[in-house]
Design a protein around this ligand. Sequence first.
Ligand code: ADP
Ligand code: MG
Length: 622
Amino acid sequence: MALLQIAEPGMSAAPHQHRLAIGIDLGTTNSLVATVRSGMSTVLHDEQGHALLPSVVHYRPDGEVSVGYPAQAQQSLDPNNTIVSAKRFMGRGLKDIGITTHLPYRFVDAPGMVQLETRAGIKSPVEISAEILRTLKARAEKALGGELTGAVITVPAYFDDAQRQATKDAARLAGLTVLRLLNEPTAAAVAYGLDNASEGVYVIYDLGGGTFDISILRLSRGVFEVLATNGDSALGGDDFDQRIYCWILEQARLAPLSAADTRLLLTKAREAKEWLTDHAEARITSLLGSGDVIDLTLDSTTLSVLTRQLIAKTLSPTRKALRDAGLEVSDIKGVVMVGGATRMPQVRQAVAEFFGQAPLTNLDPDKVVALGAAIQANMLAGNRSDDDLLLLDVIPLSLGLETMGGLAERIIPRNATIPVARAQDFTTYKDGQTAMSIHVVQGERELVSDCRSLARFELRGIPPMAAGAARIRVTFQVDADGLLSVTAREQGSGVEANIVVKPSYGLDEDQITEMLRASFGSAEQDKQARALREVQVDAQRLIEAISAALQKDGATLLTPQQQHQIETAVATLHRLSQGEDADAIKAASDALNHATEAFAALRMDASVKQALAGQHLNTLEL
Ligand code: ADP
Ligand code: MG
């Protein structure tokens, strides 16, 4: 019997094409790829059934590159050409990394980012990470059987612009379209569906292989805000292995070991530690290169003693993060466990005791980040139903509008979390102005010509008023989907006009980076340009006002000589205002103001006389 597809209630009968999107956790120790299939976020496995891909890249003597478990196996045999933890070097210079003598790599100090010398040539951390991403991409394409629309890649919340950019570059190098970078703690929270949970503050406790990160997130209206981050970049599961390794040496009374034997025993230590997560005892057996035979039993009580101090060490950054966020333990609504090392019952117990509540552990802690990234990727690729959750995002570049003189006025600053709404009041420039042209722009520069134009619309039907008398409130609103709508409303009459724009669409990351770079480099230049435009606008306004007055009253109130004098001053200002010399324009404006003082007084008198004409003094309300 053939199976018929039945649409779920609320789902359209003709389902649109499902776009293939993946979430990638690019970890220091292990990386993973996940996708949403049949509405469920699932981690994709390799052909041997492994979910985790060790973040290890081996440049082999035969010129090939291997990634993952086979590369990890070469770590002690070919340490110079087997790169682990490349994530630590992303977007970092040699100085940032600090002492590197304990690492087996040949570092090359390069501007911007450190590089590593391997047998395959000098490699940047971006290229090394790209190998890992390429492997995950191939795994996903194989599993999903189609071309990928894009990927969400996670990064630690504390990653700065350089580190984020390096991650994006690595993805591009691997041939992936980055839908978005997502903070690891946010991804974990999404995996637990906390974005659909009630508002509150959540803690993400992430103990990985070599790093500890604590993040405090506040959820409000479906948006996560990072309140504080802290951690220890040299504390993780590896340190637990180290403690067990030392215990083995002590128990077996071994002399100092060769590098290969050390590696071997560290691996044994890690296996024992992982085994003890679900068992009471672990047997450690090994035949070393030195000829020594190891046969020991480690029980979980001993492991607790060996690791107590290390676990306690995670609590001090935790306290600091709480203090930075101005919070008490009792303010925390939930604690999410992330990272393979949080599988250890000892860690779970310590965290439960500290927060006075059982942490969330029902999702695999080493998969949770990838699962959340996949959910986000699925949404961004457009595979979502209407009632789906909100997008978690910030505005990548400021949004604003054009004011007189081609200047950009920022309304919503860059990095504001969405949804967001901001309003600002503007006024008319000319007497009797009945329409206003509104030009919506995005960018960090002062001049509209350097920003990106998003939309234009007009507000018509403004009642005629003197220049500067109308009050037009322009409201920018960006909803959770990143959709911008702009409304302009004249407050007195209530006339209104609006437009809907999609700000982030079409602005690709390159453009964003380029625009940011340009704005950092040109702040001073922009300031000067803004000052020039401002005096030009003032001059233009003055010329228009005085020309209108001359036309109306010049002949009746002034001698031809006085008229000529003012006209000359107007002409001078007009000529100078076409140029670039702000000081000269300012001086000419002042001169024109000065030259017209007497004329202004005469006009004032004349209009007062006109108002009084035909009225008796006693009817005047003074
Ligand atoms: P990272 O985020 O740094 O890439 P992971 O989250 O994958 O790392 O965590 C790796 C660490 O988790 C390793 O130290 C590993 O030994 C540890 N780990 C994995 N599984 C277990 C387990 N069952 N019990 C204890 N530790 C584990
Ligand atoms: Mg991790």
